[in-house]
Design a protein around this ligand. Structure first.
Ligand code: GLA
Length: 387
């Protein structure tokens, strides 16, 4: 891949002299969904698929961007003086947002750059292609200008740029999972204080399979923000009767005792999901540590039911993929992953069942939904790096 992107770089930008190659992964969340902005736990991992980039510094202030995934857009030009988000800028809002965010954090980028990307994660699929581009850009900036930024700080700058430049009110999970990725390990992160622990994923005789619904997200972002504010309102109501900082502070029992403080049935269900999902995530990691993969899978299934019925972020596409997966013998667990409303599911599938899984779930999905899903057997990889 390094050769491919450097060759393309030379083709697009004249020559590749002084250009270097980089990589940042995508991510999948195994369990702990819609908990990261509720002060709860998440359990994501970085993937071996992600975004490749070739970049070099310029002597002027120009920014020139080219993506092999959006080749038809050609070279998109901008400059360090024009670090404002815009509709026409498309995907370049992500690298621009990072350059802007570094500046906001006191690390002013002194010169422009040429940047070429080639990603092998499906775009907009819920595997965090955008956070991958952000962390890749941050890593390049750190490499170019010797900024003293740890991977954890890179994650925070990524989230800052997503929130403040791209105006998506996301939590810390995606950028953290990507920046802190570690081969064969998932990251058990407490989003309340960013304490974390790596947990080896040893799936004897099974693999992680991602099914991409190919449903365009559409209303996803506004619904995401709606869920966030429903949780915030529920938290404010609960604070009237109990001393907590976030929904992640509650266990199931306490929640059941105090939930009547929430004055709306829908908000009770939203808060219930946040509380129970956080607890499920803690239990799932305990199960994994005890080598009980079956229990881990059962909790994944429960997570999906809660996201479907209480949090209502699934939809017919994700439900079909998951409910069909549950029918296949050899599926240990299956659930939607990421924000929802389209995107992907994640399943743990026994090796010998993978072909049947892809075939039968794929067939049922196409029959019911009318178009095909894509399947990826994935591996857990490291964070950002220079190639
Ligand atoms: C998106 C956001 C994350 C997280 C998930 C849901 O991926 O970017 O911060 O909230 O949705 O778990």
């Amino acid at each position: 891949m390094k050769d491919i992107i450097l060759k393309k770089f030379a083709e697009v930008f004249g020559d590749a002299e002084g250009a270097k190659a980089y990589f940042a992964p995508g991510r999948v969340n195994l369990i702990g969904e819609h908990t990261d902005y509720n002060g709860g736990h998440v359990f994501p991992c970085a993937l071996t698929i992600g975004t490749y980039g070739a970049a070099r510094k310029r002597t002027d202030n120009k920014l020139r961007f080219f993506s092999m995934n959006f080749g038809h857009l050609g070279v998109l030009e901008s400059s360090l003086e024009e670090l404002v988000p815009s509709g026409e800028a498309g995907w370049t809002n992500y690298p621009k947002g990072m350059i802007w965010a570094f500046g906001e954090k006191g690390m002013k980028v002194p010169c422009g750059m040429d940047l070429l990307l080639n990603g092998n994660i499906p775009n907009g699929s819920g595997l965090s292609s955008s956070a991958s581009v952000e962390i890749l850009t941050g890593h390049i900036l750190r490499d170019f200008f010797d900024f003293k930024v740890s991977n954890q700080e890179l994650a925070l700058i990524g989230q800052y740029s997503e929130n403040n430049f791209n105006k998506v009110n996301c939590g810390i999970m995606d950028q953290f999972a990507i920046a802190m990725g570690k081969e064969n390990n998932a990251i058990f992160l407490d989003t309340a204080d960013l304490s974390y622990e790596y947990a080896p994923i040893v799936l004897k005789g099974a693999k992680i399979v991602i099914a991409c619904s190919n449903k365009k997200r559409g209303l996803g972002e506004s619904k995401y923000n709606e869920r966030r504010s429903e949780c915030e309102t529920a938290l404010a109501e609960l604070k009237q009767v109990t001393e907590i900082n976030s929904l992640g502070d509650l266990d199931e029992e306490t929640f059941e005792k105090v939930k009547s403080a929430i004055k709306d049935e829908v908000r009770v269900r939203r808060a219930k999901h946040a509380v129970y999902e956080n607890r499920r995530t803690i239990h799932a990691v305990e199960a994994l540590k005890a080598n009980d993969v079956e229990e881990f899978g059962r909790l994944m299934n429960e997570s999906h039911v809660s996201l479907r019925d209480d949090y209502e972020v699934t939809g017919i596409e994700l439900d079909t993929l998951v409910e069909e997966a549950w029918k296949v013998e050899g599926v240990i667990g299956s659930r939607m992953t990421g924000a929802g409303f389209g995107g992907c599911t994640v399943s743990i599938v026994k090796d010998e069942a993978i072909d049947t899984f892809i075939e039968t779930v794929g067939k049922a999905y196409k029959e019911k939904i009318g178009y095909a899903a894509d399947f990826y057997v994935v591996e857990i990889g490291d964070g950002p790096r220079t190639l």
